[in-house]
Design a protein around this ligand. Structure first.
Ligand code: GMT
Length: 378
């Protein structure tokens, strides 16, 4: 389908390093590049937004506080900002990423605007923990169910997440699967030699993990898999990101006498430069609706060892792009890492196949799917 009309699109997301925020920001940037006007509505400038672009606008949600508020009402402030931005910029539609609280705030904004005679279509993209972890909690479930059902369109980032949503919520509408994407050209970088030398001075294999260091990511498993590998093949582990599990992870590295081989590098914006020096990416999560971090690694030509949980099966092909193990089976995943890294030629082939496979998820393929969806509502 050819797009004839440029649109004015509101994107609501978390601005942080999490997958949903990264995806939403990359989507907005790509839509702007295609000539659409994009308005980000969130509480901080999204980390991946980068350089100034004339047709990208950023509207910060301000949450005024008051001594009475033990919990500042972000959702109310967000809904009011949505109304203001939609009205004053004559937006054609609102695309919210991560159901909580974005879908319910969007519902509220939609109802306010309806009273004023403006219909604004709301598209909700489900990303993972908004459904599988937080959304299912009794405290949130009724509002999440209602606001998902009230969205004009619902998308999920993997088949698995669509199925999980139908399983756990009474959804009365069709959920369209539009899988996550990656800008392959962005990850096609040459390794910076000086950087590689700093991390692996003696040509050791470079293993990487990047996440928000929450329990679900199973950081101890990352370290144990690395230990299995490092006992056999000289290697270095780079841990990118930060979060609640980091102190315990540092303790575990000390206990296992791995501190010299492990680098905690904290939150990083230039993932493409970091991934360019990696030989293997580990993602042994308890669950991933998709595993965008693993796809970005593949786009950089880095094979992945992941669990077979959730949507990871939809991106990682065993024996081709890497391997998969059962959740917690660090021995098996350690052996898989060794299999990939022990021989230069085998590693080269895994790298090549990972990069080739990632191209199937290239941004150029997925953006038109969102545009087609938007067009249905114009
Ligand atoms: O991984 C996280 O905890 C962050 C979370 C988010 O919403 O920011 O990621 C979820 O969305 C990503 C983008 O769609 C997916 O690639 C991740 O797999 C998903 N995380 C989980 O399902 C745990």
């Amino acid at each position: 389908m050819t797009i004839t009309k440029t649109m004015r699109i509101g994107i609501v997301c978390y601005p942080t390093f999490g997958g949903s925020g990264v995806l939403a920001t990359e989507l907005g940037k790509a839509l702007a590049q295609k000539g659409h006007q994009v308005h980000f509505i969130t509480y901080q400038q999204p980390v991946r937004l980068g350089a100034f672009t004339p047709n990208i606008f950023y509207h910060e949600v301000q949450v005024p506080t008051y001594p009475l508020f033990d919990y500042p009402p972000y959702e109310t402030a967000l809904a009011s900002t949505m109304v203001d931005v939609i009205k004053n910029n004559n937006l054609d539609l609102l695309h919210v990423h991560y159901a909580i609280p974005h879908a319910s705030a969007a519902y509220m904004a939609k109802q306010i605007l309806k009273k004023e005679g403006k219909n604004v279509p709301v598209i909700t993209t489900l990303h993972g923990t908004d459904i599988t972890l937080v959304g299912r909690d009794k405290t949130y479930a009724p509002v999440v169910t209602f606001s998902i059902n009230e969205s004009d369109a619902i998308t999920a980032v993997s088949d698995n997440l669509r199925d999980e949503t139908y399983k756990h919520f009474k959804i009365t509408k069709e959920i369209e699967v539009i899988k996550n994407f990656v800008d392959v050209s962005r990850f096609n970088r040459k390794p910076i030699d000086a950087f590689k030398k700093m991390i692996a001075p003696n040509g050791e294999r470079v293993v990487m993990h990047a996440s928000n260091f929450r329990k679900l990511k199973r950081i101890p498993d990352v370290i144990k898999i690395f230990k299995e590998l490092n006992d056999k093949i000289p290697s270095r582990l780079m841990l990118v990101g930060d979060g609640p599990e980091r102190p315990a992870a540092e303790d575990l590295c000390r206990d296992l006498k791995l501190m010299d081989a492990v680098r905690f590098v904290g939150k990083q914006e230039q993932m493409e430069d970091i991934l360019a020096i990696a030989d293997l990416f580990l993602l042994p999560s308890e669950y991933e609706s998709f595993g965008l971090a693993a796809l970005e690694a593949m786009a950089a030509g880095v094979p992945v060892v992941t669990t077979n949980a959730g949507g990871l099966k939809e991106i990682n092909i065993p024996g081709e792009t890497g391997y998969m193990g059962d959740v917690g089976d660090v021995k098996a995943m350690g052996q898989q890492a060794i299999k990939i890294l022990r021989d230069n030629e085998v590693l080269r082939q895994f790298k090549e196949r990972a990069a080739t496979h990632a191209k199937k998820f290239d941004i150029s393929i997925v953006i038109p799917l969102y545009e087609n969806l938007y067009e249905k509502f114009l």
